[in-house]
Write a protein that binds this ligand. Structure first.
Ligand SMILES: *Cc1c(COP(=O)(O)O)cnc(C)c1O
Length: 367
């Protein structure tokens, strides 16, 4: 079986570096918010082209912390996409704000600016843009739209490590950004981890307070914070993995390029190609097929593991009843949810496996 994720296919030198990092932390007897976290925050900021970053416990917390650092909370509306990890929506709700769901563009599966305009109310404070599957697009349009309407642009970068648009790198086009280092992300820890990145030092300072009980100095609490600290072990592992991220990203781009050139089954459609190669980091390679479930079963029989991102749009989740949304509804997101399928795209795939995936997709003959 060609696996969906590349765990266990990484260079042994990387595994050894991770074990050495873990040993360093255990030997140091310092486990939470220490020198490894501080060093990772600096290294991650540099990788993003930022001055500083704040390590947090996960990407969901990062979204809550971004919003709260900008003073967005109860009574405020935040517009985002229903085609995302549910954590995007939860982060808005956890900040006390109200998510408003706009539809997506069919060609990219990203938030539609036209639909966002229909979602604006006097309570709208921000657009939470998700660089879904690793793609940054139309960043000039988003900047202009948010400037024109006086809204904050916040980026959910959980899938977009090292992506760079013509308007700037992921995480620095808007006012604040949240990152996830969940193990399956392009940069992953060996557990949960996340970060907040911003150009705005006030956001960084507030995020640093909020992640640690809202504590300014020991036992003095100036904010109602949370416990969203990053631990030393995860930070040390991330430091061991970060030096390989650029190389891994390059490999993802090569694989995606092969898929774009090779997949030619008329039953299958591909999303729009990247605006520029740098603007897409191919966290996921997603195709659409009206007979999606039959195709997934066919590929499994042909030895190709697939997943679906995402089979249920946010507004169709049982936990999210009465979600506010575009008055025109969210038909494009619903159609995407029922036809999308993610192919393996991790850097551990061999060239011949990539060709096998392409051949299997092209051989699929719909019933
Ligand atoms: C993974 C992910 C998150 C959540 O990150 P966690 O670290 O799992 O909390 C949020 N948004 C998107 C788009 C994601 O892919």
């Amino acid at each position: 079986m060609i696996p969906f994720n590349g765990f266990g296919r990484e260079p042994t030198s990387l595994a050894e570096a991770e074990v050495a990092a873990a040993r360093r932390v255990i030997d140091s007897r310092w486990y939470v918010l220490g020198p490894e976290v501080a060093a990772f925050e600096e290294e991650w900021a540099r990788a993003c082209g930022a001055h500083s970053s704040v390590g947090v416990a996960n990407g969901l917390d990062g979204i809550e912390i971004c919003l709260r650092s900008l003073g967005i909370g109860p009574g405020d509306e935040v517009i985002t996409t229903p085609m995302t990890a549910f954590a995007t929506i939860l982060g808005i709700m956890r900040a006390g704000a109200t998510p408003v769901l706009a539809d997506i563009d069919e060609a990219t599966a990203l938030l539609s600016p036209e639909s966002v305009r229909r979602c604006i109310t006097p309570r709208t404070r921000a657009v939470l843009l998700v660089h879904l599957y690793g793609q940054m697009r139309q960043m000039r349009v988003w900047n202009q739209l948010c400037n024109e309407l006086g809204l904050q642009l916040i980026e959910d970068c959980a899938q977009a490590h090292l992506a760079r648009s013509a308007e700037g790198p992921a995480g620095l086009v808007g006012t604040a950004s949240s990152w996830s280092f969940y193990p399956t992300k392009n940069l992953g820890a060996v557990g949960d981890a996340g970060a907040v990145v911003s150009r705005d030092s006030a956001v960084i300072d507030k995020a640093r307070l909020l992640r640690n009980y809202g504590q300014s100095t020991r036992y003095e609490h100036v904010e109602i914070g949370l416990n969203s600290r990053l631990d030393e072990l995860q930070a040390a592992i991330l430091r061991a993995r970060l030096p390989l991220l650029a190389e891994f990203t390059k490999r993802r781009r090569v694989i995606a390029e092969h898929y774009y050139r090779g997949i030619s089954n008329p039953r299958v459609s591909l999303l729009a190609e990247p605006e520029t190669p740098e603007a897409h980091v191919h966290h996921l390679f997603v195709i659409n097929c009206p007979e999606r479930d039959v195709l997934a079963a066919y590929l499994r029989d042909a030895g190709v593991e697939t997943l679906i991102h995402y089979p249920i749009a946010a507004h169709q989740q049982p936990a999210l009843v009465n979600a506010l949304m575009d008055p025109h509804g969210l038909p494009v997101a619903e159609a995407h949810a029922s036809t999308c399928l993610s192919l393996p795209c991790h850097p551990g795939l061999t060239d011949s496996e990539v060709e096998q995936v392409i051949a299997a997709v092209n051989n699929f003959d719909a019933p």
